[in-house]
Design a protein. Sequence first.
Length: 115
Amino acid sequence: MRTITSLMPCGEPYYSDEYLTDKPERFVISEMIREKAMLALSDEIPYGIGVQIVTMSERSDKPLIDIEANIYCERSSHKGIVIGKNGMMLKKIGTNARAEIEALLGINVNLKLWV
């Protein structure tokens, strides 16, 4: 590490210390939702899902962000597994993801997930 550091040119940092990543906010949020889905589903659907943020808007009347996201399954047979009995798996994914998104954004979030 010292060898690499000694060869690097001195200069200003590319990013401010307040930046956590260079990825867009929507990408980070979609990955948070995907992570919670992977944790909740564990071995059932290892890598066969993706998440896309459809809408993300802040309300003007109160401090709240509305987020709608689609969860895409690799196979149509996985859809029922992601939703779960009476929607309980989808609710678990949404609840866990919402808590982490609220911590990231510092504001209440209304999260709607579609499979």
